[in-house]
Design a protein around this ligand. Structure first.
Ligand code: CP3
Length: 351
């Protein structure tokens, strides 16, 4: 591989500079993404057509000197494959035709046949071939809990009232859903690894909506089971795992014990403090405020410098935003960020 800085940094090995990639780097802030999406007709047909998914995965790498590609897909492909009927309403985000709410719904739920997700594995194989070892390809999944939020709510939510009603009134039903989700995510990520994903990331976008006790029991416990079930080596190399919990700043110590090699850190968390708290257990990925990309290029460079200084010297840092890039971001500001991270971090991660 020509550039393996991401894989090395995730394993806390020395790198010549801090590798950088951007959550949602292939997305609506890029005009070429919007053009391919129009060609596909919809987000879902884009995600389900391997040639087009591969095309948009590579688009940000043509513009910016990013150190990783992330396969273009979505976390909701798994509940879609379970038969819940995923659809998108323009401006309203994802929805499910058949949410999982009653005892009968839960009883019917099962680990989906992987052939239903073949389009994801095909997109990964195709993208690996097209990358020619330029940078590593990241695979991903939602966490069992974050998937359950969408499955029970039937879409996004402000207060998670439906899934929390289940959590507090019928916890055994939610545990059953989470068990099926954990088994599904293990099979899904292992198939992504077999198809060529060189690192994997678990997005626990909504774990941060839980109380401390509920987070441990309903979110982290199932991410831990997933991590314990993942293929460790492929193609003679360790496959590093990243666990990202938005709003997870209070749980870094327990997240660091869950079996991940790296933790994704959101932008509200102090990176220096996060590093002190997890010590040498895991690498850290993050954590610029996505809105910092609306500053001038000079301000972006300064803010990138602040994140780098906050992590400090020594290996184990992957630069990223603290959450996904906004669709309103000027693309050239992402270019300014990537250049600033590379130039300002030269020599910071020697042994
Ligand atoms: O990072 C990447 O470039 C890979 C692609 C990626 C997408 N979704 C593409 C996408 C990844 C890693 C995801 C993960 C995802 N999807 C998460 C977890 C990460 C996070 O942001 O916390 C979640 C919660 C989802 C669910 C989801 N998918 C939502 C809420 C939406 C709607 C967003 C909106 O504003 O309409 C999606 C759709 C989606 N997934 C888009 C993209 C680029 C926008 C789709 C479009 O083109 O209209």
């Amino acid at each position: 591989m020509k550039n393996d800085t991401l894989l090395r940094a995730l394993m806390r090995e020395p790198t010549p500079y801090t590798p950088v990639w951007i959550m949602r780097q292939a997305g609506r802030y890029l005009p070429e993404y919007n053009a391919t999406r129009r060609k596909a007709g919809s987000f879902l047909s884009l995600a389900k057509t391997p040639e087009l998914a591969c095309e948009v995965t590579l688009q940000p790498l043509e513009r910016f000197a990013l150190d990783a590609a992330i396969i273009f897909s979505d976390i909701l492909t798994v509940p879609d494959a379970m038969g819940l009927g995923l659809f998108f309403v323009e401006g309203e985000g994802p929805k499910f035709e058949r949410p999982v709410r009653t005892e009968q719904d839960v009883a019917k739920l099962a680990v989906p046949g992987l052939e239903k997700l073949r389009y994801v594995f095909d997109a990964i194989e195709l993208t690996r071939r097209s990358l020619h070892g330029r940078v590593p390809l990241i695979g991903f999944s939602g966490s069992p809990f974050t998937l359950a939020c969408y499955m029970v709510e039937g879409g996004g939510s402000d207060d998670f009232r439906t899934v929390k009603t289940m959590l507090y009134s019928r916890p055994e039903l939610l545990h059953r859903i989470l068990e099926v989700n954990a088994q599904s995510v293990i099979a899904y990520l292992n198939a992504q690894i077999a198809a060529g994903a060189q690192a994997v990331m678990i997005f626990d976008t909504w774990g941060g909506a839980l109380s401390d006790r509920a987070y441990q029991e309903f979110s982290l416990e199932y991410s831990r089971r997933v991590l314990a079930g993942l293929t460790r080596h492929n193609d003679g190399r360790v496959v590093p795992r990243i666990l990202f919990t938005k709003g997870g700043g209070t749980w870094l110590e327990s997240m660091a014990e869950a079996g991940a090699d790296a933790l994704g850190i959101d932008w509200q968390t102090n990176l220096a403090e996060a590093r002190r708290r997890v010590g040498a257990k895991v690498a850290l990925q993050g954590n610029l405020d996505p809105m910092a990309l609306f500053g001038t290029p000079e301000a972006i460079e300064r803010e990138a410098g602040r994140v780098l200084e906050s992590f400090g010297e020594g290996p184990g840092h992957v630069f990223n935003l603290g959450h996904g890039v906004s669709q309103h971001t000027p693309p050239e500001h992402v270019g300014a960020l990537v250049a600033a991270v590379h130039s300002r971090s030269l020599g910071a991660h020697a042994a």
